[in-house]
Write a protein that binds this ligand. Sequence first.
Ligand SMILES: NC(=O)c1ccc[n+]([C@@H]2O[C@H](COP(=O)([O-])OP(=O)(O)OC[C@H]3O[C@@H](n4cnc5c(N)ncnc54)[C@H](OP(=O)(O)O)[C@@H]3O)[C@@H](O)[C@H]2O)c1
Length: 298
Amino acid sequence: MKNIAIITGASSGIGKAFLKLIVQERGVYNSVPFDEIWAVARNSERLLEVTSSIGDERIVPVTADLTEAQDLNEISLSLEQGNIRVGLLVNCAGAGFKGPVSELTVDKVESELELNCVALGKLTRICLPCMIDSEPLYSLKDGPRIINIASSAGFLPQPGFAGYAASKAYVISFSRALAYELSRFNIAVTTICPGPVNTDFQNRATDGREAEFTGFRKYVVADADKLAEAGLKASRSGRKMLVYGFSQKLLHVASKILPVGLILKIESLLMPVEYRSEAGPESDIVSPLPITSEEESV
Ligand SMILES: NC(=O)c1ccc[n+]([C@@H]2O[C@H](COP(=O)([O-])OP(=O)(O)OC[C@H]3O[C@@H](n4cnc5c(N)ncnc54)[C@H](OP(=O)(O)O)[C@@H]3O)[C@@H](O)[C@H]2O)c1
């Protein structure tokens, strides 16, 4: 039986940083190294560039668009037919599109959710039969692992990045419940919530308008390699959640104790002028909508 790792979004940024580290991993922890490391992304040229620059013969480039049912089916078939055990799944592929929802194309609104939520859920489900042992062979400390890359954006609603923030709230909620469900099979699930990270993400999110983070975000940008290192360490020690960086930890606490209306107001002061809405956040605090009898009965 082959013991493999799967890393999505491995051609760039955080996924690439995980790939570089995982070639040094020992595999199912404390046992054999991975026989193969599947590096998944759409752009085959970039994927080949990255995998050949790392130069480990166990890396298998898998060109797949995870929002396409056909591509997910092919991965599923390869797993079924290959006598494979998935020791590690890193769900890292993700994307977001900045701008008010009314100004985004319908395709963008759809693809953000398809990739960040639907594909992550489907790929996880596809891999689980290759992770669950009827008689767990390993303890939770040494068993298979899932690492899901969420974002601190998932702590709060974010006007100007609404679909992305909501999609990451899904990743956080899904992963935490999954961690609970899978603990009986000794499979550890770690959710990682970084703030801004120095990758191609911002460039893609703004269609090339901003190659780098601007405003207050540029002061808290994290390094992708250091984030991947901390993420693997958290996974190895069985942590369920890693909120990465002091500023993001503060944000996490604030999101739990401040009213949403106040958070939206603070956000509106930090966001570009064109996204601001004079009526929005304030009206949320001052005059909440009356509850209808239908809502009361829920
Ligand atoms: N950078 C940040 O500031 C930041 C902060 C918090 C969370 N995150 C999260 O971290 C994860 C990685 O982002 P990153 O910063 O490393 O961004 P990135 O440099 O843009 O990398 C995104 C990766 O996802 C792949 N991908 C995109 N669409 C795909 C699809 N439909 N099917 C398969 N692969 C696809 C891309 O490759 P192809 O284009 O070749 O497919 C690429 O390898 C994402 O989930 C993101 O939401 C990023």
